[in-house]
Write a protein that binds this ligand. Sequence first.
Ligand code: ZN
Length: 376
Amino acid sequence: MLTRHHPLHGSPLGTQRAITSFHYGPAETGHQRGRKVYVQASLHADELPGMLLAHHLRQRLAVLETAGLLRAEFVIVPVANPIGLAQTVLLTNEGRFDLAGGENFNRRYPSLFAPVLAAVEGRLVDDEAANAQIIRAALREAAQALPQENELMSQRKTLLALACDAEVVLDLHCDCESLIHLYTGTALWPQAEPLARLTGSRASLLAAESGDNPFDEACSQTWWQLAAHFDGRHPVPMGCLSVTLELRGQADVSHPLASGDADALVAFFAHRGLVDLPAPVLPPLHNEATPLAGTDDLKAPISGLVVYVRDIGDEIRAGDVVVELIDPISGDVHPVRSRTGGLLFARQVQRFARAGRSLCQVAGNTPIRVGKLSSD
Ligand SMILES: [Zn+2]
């Protein structure tokens, strides 16, 4: 195991923040770069189940490394957002938005498509595996060349540079109150489906572009953009299975859950031949994947007291009332109905909402939304 520290550029005077990465297994196979897996936790710094999962996963990787069973380099970043982790306001950690500029820590990751295309144009061949090697080298160069005009951009650059050439990228998040679920690229679903089975994911939400450039898409989108560009000329694989894994709710930080999740990830790595263990029997899939555009994001019609009348895990029919917004001054009760049928998989913790606030999500299988699909 190797430990690497990546000091962030632009830390305030008198301070120095850094990303710490832990590297297990072989980084090279012969003269070539070998296979690589990247796992990071708590990019939204107040979403902590992934941090504990990373802690358990590191223990398993250490044992597997000692036994010589790792067939890839595994890069683990348990604290992906030291900037956010340091933002305590009135006893509460604000880990989702950067207080300096208001930006969501998991948005505005730069696209690497243009510089990678410029680097690989004229160099690709008829061999998919060879093209993947060429593209991964170009991704590394493109990420290294990104500007870092402030500390936040330096953090984004550092994380992207660590992840961009991996064949599996797992970005560990959680929701407020939630069942385990995942987000990934539509083209990646065949590769992600075993992960959904092994983790027991209850909803798998697919989009080619969810909006505002989250980390997972910055890692994977270049592959399908290149595949489209070179379609009919050169084969380009979906070379990065990048998944945002939502590890239930913010309070779901426990050893039994994190230990079980770590076992599930190791089983997935065995399934892909990334660790030399027997391939697991895949459990059934809880629910078929659905388009992210089919997820209804129910919003508060007024400012008021939030009372959920349906529970997480309920199957909702289109038109069902899921929440009531109550104005205790006028006595008015505003029912909020789901526009789609499907699984109620996530809802807010706060029981008071301002008008327009997102309250909960129902995963339907028919697209009902266009434009930006990701949450704020
Ligand atoms: Zn998150």
